[in-house]
Design a protein around this ligand. Structure first.
Ligand code: FE2
Ligand code: FE2
Length: 321
């Protein structure tokens, strides 16, 4: 890969070529108004590591993300972690609440009733999943890397810490795809069409931004951490190796069986797994197996999403939920 931007390029070229760079400079703490100054001069004035800034900019511009190892050669891990932390704050404190406000404005809750409320609940569950994910990175993944930067090899490995992460990137990506699909398919009549298009555009852009963030962590950030881990290990510190397997991705277009439809209906009526087991004379384990299969088939993983599906497909009436 040939890098698109270099230290002596005017910073204004970086921004005017690609609107995504606006978010990127904010997260590095660089503000607009840099005149004709170069990338290096602008970064230096803002106290930003130029090589790390260029590595992230060039990573974003390279749609294939095929050479994280070349970019990792020049990255400063503390600078990259600060960028990731700032990105977490941006998503959790600004972007996601902003989309929620737009969603409230777009959907007519008096006309939409229960479905409108469930769409909002689905959104809130997804936003909470993203916030938990980023909190875990701030409080577990980054401190692990900081210990490595201080020359300490912790008992766990980077792989095990990342894989233990319950709310993985693939889960966040699946959930935002479900959210878009639910809004597109099930938005109640009476919804403000222009506002709804606006909020969907916002969600598409947030999705693009979030996926890029996840890719950067999975490739460039992970490559930098693995290198550091190897270096610290080679210096002779011993470590316990514990590797957990990451959950596999899945997708399917299979239809629900009659039994699975019954279970979706009971979930929509608000029954717990135990209550469903008692109502259908099956074990709780069997209910849980059915629920896993249902989520796999529908690509819907939350109770709010299943409830919307049940209403929209006539498995329950609005009055029952
Ligand atoms: Fe992150
Ligand atoms: Fe992440």
């Amino acid at each position: 890969m040939t890098e698109k931007y270099h230290r002596n390029d005017p910073m204004s070229d970086v921004i005017s070529d690609d609107y995504r760079m606006l978010q990127l400079i904010n997260r590095f703490g660089i503000t607009l108004g840099f005149g004709d100054h170069s990338v290096a001069d602008t970064c230096s004035a803002a106290g930003v590591d130029t090589a790390t800034f260029l590595a992230v900019v060039n990573y974003v511009k390279d749609e294939t993300h095929s050479r994280p190892d070349a970019l990792a050669d020049v990255v400063s891990l503390p600078a990259l972690m600060q960028y990731l932390k700032n990105s977490h704050s941006y998503f959790v404190d600004y972007r996601l609440p902003h989309i929620r406000r737009q969603l409230i404005e777009a959907i007519d809750y008096s006309a939409g009733g229960r479905i409108a409320f469930l769409i909002l609940r689905f959104y809130d569950e997804w936003a909470a999943e993203v916030a938990r994910h980023m909190e875990y990175e701030n409080t577990s993944v980054h401190p692990y890397v900081e210990r490595l930067l201080h020359g300490v090899l912790p008992a766990e490995t980077f792989e095990s810490i990342v894989c233990r992460h319950e709310d993985s990137h693939s889960s966040i990506e699946k959930s935002i795809a479900e959210l878009k699909s639910i809004i597109i398919k099930y938005s109640p009549t009476g919804t403000n069409a222009q506002h709804l298009s606006d909020v969907l555009m916002e969600i598409y852009m947030a999705e693009e931004d979030l996926l890029l963030h996840c890719r950067l962590e999975d490739t460039l950030f992970a490559e930098c951490v693995r290198r550091l881990e190897r270096e610290v290990r080679q210096r002779g510190t011993t470590a316990d190796i514990g590797n957990n397997e990451c959950p596999a991705d899945y997708s399917s277009n299979e239809e629900l069986s009659e039994r699975e439809k019954e279970i979706v209906a009971e979930v929509a009526r608000g029954l717990s797994n135990k209550a469903i087991a008692e109502a259908l004379f099956i074990s709780v384990n069997t209910v849980m197996t059915h629920r896993r299969n249902i989520s796999r088939k529908l690509s819907i993983h939350s109770t709010a999403g299943l409830t919307i599906y049940a209403i929209a497909n006539g498995l329950v009436s609005l009055e029952e939920v």
